[in-house]
Design a protein around this ligand. Sequence first.
Ligand code: PBG
Length: 323
Amino acid sequence: MNRRPRRNRQSEVIRNMVQETSLSLNDFIFPLFIIEGQNQRIDVASMPGIARYSIDKLQDEIASCVDLGIKTFAPFPSIPEPLKDKYATESHNPDGLFPRAIREIKKNFPEVVLMTDVAMDPYSSDGHDGIVENDEIINDETLEVLGKMALTQAQAGADIIGPSDMMDGRVGHIRKVLDENGFTKVGIMAYTAKYASAFYGPFRDALDSAPKKGDKKTYQMNPANSREALIEAELDTAEGADFLMVKPALAYLDVIKMLRDSSHLPIAAYNVSGEYAMVKAAAQNGWLDAEKGMLEILLSIKRAGADVILSYFAKEFAQYLKK
Ligand code: PBG
């Protein structure tokens, strides 16, 4: 044998030298859940280690993350049921929970980058990402709401808008509304290839945002498709996206790789709630080592080609780096 791959695995120093991929805290975005009230911290049962915070308590949580070196956050609001309606009106109320939270975070942590979610579901009495008319999710009328929502978030201080709704033409519409109102510096991280996935379950629990009727298959992508992700990527790029995202991450590593190979834009991947919950649940049962599982998963997402990783593991990863 003149080729022995094990030679490059024989010591830690050599293994580290030939390591092809590594993780940096710069790559991470940490999602956060916000609720109304004061002095509230309510655990999300299906996501051990993750909680929903009132705006005041959230500042302490962000401070501890900033101390650990996390710089970018993706907050999501949990809207009280009585404020939800068919047109998600609360989503563009400048005094609503979300804009108030954005203003407070940017006041206390001006250096922090906020990527804010644009989609109707947390504010919709139907629990869908668009307006429901005769059991159909109507596209073009929804764009009007998404534009107003994005503008409200930009006015509150959002740095990057993250449309997660999967309506056609939303990136272009949001770009136009932002530019017309002077927010040319606010970026757009498009949820480009967002699949109709079972792995969003714990997130919908955390925000009480599950669809009241039906599913999201007429707007989110079919898990069987990957070429379709390239069509979405072309459109989002043409419409002005600054980042392209694949979501979920683990069951779609091939899609991350495809977009990385076919685009010059930064590629983000969302390691979603159900992917986090699976690792935590197995670890709680003693079936696998949570830390090793976390590192392997995060590395695999990076190896597949993601430049940016949204993950509920971000804080734990930061704590792991510290020790
Ligand atoms: C909703 C939205 C969802 C997630 C982010 N934005 C859920 C959905 O589409 O139903 C899921 C994130 C996660 O599971 O961690 N627009």
